[in-house]
Design a protein around this ligand. Structure first.
Ligand SMILES: C[S@@+](CC[C@H](N)C(=O)[O-])C[C@H]1O[C@@H](n2cnc3c(N)ncnc32)[C@H](O)[C@@H]1O
Length: 222
């Protein structure tokens, strides 16, 4: 799965198991299952990310799914967005130690950085919030016709059905539940894919983005 960057993937797993646990970013019980439940489960998201696009991993935490995705996809430009300083410090260290030049760490909440981050083609997220709330944060960060890919568990279909009205208000045109990672992970990883139209986030967010562009707000915290 990780090809030439397998040594970097091993280093990341070691960092999670050591500093990640000591600093409370990942539970000690996760250590024996870091590869299948975390690194591989996230890396297979790569199957559904288009070539050469910009990605924002919302609520990246200790770097999931953003870091495994970056390790398998050097063609992407990835922003790891995370509000908590303890976590962004860890993320910055990982990015530097692994030499991931195509990854940037930004500290902030998705709803606060709207208009300060360049809109992206793909938003990724895992374990951040229920789909309707997550979409409210993630969809406005997208470019027109972009897509949000949310790694979800068994409740994916149910969450999607419950979120349809909210998604429609946010300008989502298409939704599907995908299963990825055949031959790599068992069970397969479940991804909810939502694709937006011309106005991601709807009218309210379009106005906010336009205002930010007019006033040239470029606040970016590291
Ligand atoms: C349960 S953790 C999941 C971390 C990681 N995605 C994973 O799968 O291990 C949820 C993360 O979302 C972040 N978060 C919560 N609300 C957020 C928001 N509005 N914008 C961006 N990140 C947020 C939290 O700080 C936390 O790191």
């Amino acid at each position: 799965m990780f090809g030439e960057l397998f040594p970097e993937a091993v280093r990341y797993a070691e960092l999670l198991a050591d500093a990640g646990v000591k600093r409370g970013l990942i539970g000690p019980r996760e250590v024996p299952r870091l590869w299948e439940r975390h690194l591989l489960n996230c890396a297979v998201l790569s199957e559904v990310v288009p070539e050469g696009v910009t990605v924002c991993d919302v609520g990246s935490g200790a770097g999931l799914p953003g870091i495994p995705l970056a390790l398998v996809r050097p063609d992407l430009k990835i922003t790891l967005l995370e509000p908590l300083l303890r976590r962004t410090n860890f993320l910055q260290e990982v990015v530097e130690l692994l030499g991931l030049d195509h990854v940037t760490v930004v500290r902030g909440r998705a709803e606060e950085v709207l208009g300060t981050l360049q809109p992206v083609h793909v938003v990724t997220a895992r374990a951040v919030a229920p789909l309707d709330r997550l979409a409210g944060w993630g969809v406005p960060l997208l470019k027109p016709y972009g897509e949000m890919l949310a790694l979800k568990g068994d409740t994916a279909e149910e969450e999607l059905n419950g979120a349809r009205a909210a998604l429609s208000k946010l300008g989502v045109l298409e939704t599907e539940v995908l299963h990825v990672g055949e031959g790599v992970v068992d069970p397969l990883s479940t991804v909810v894919r939502v694709v937006v139209g011309e106005s991601p986030g709807g009218v309210r967010f379009a106005a906010k983005r336009a205002k930010a562009a007019r006033t040239g707000r470029t606040r970016r915290r590291r």
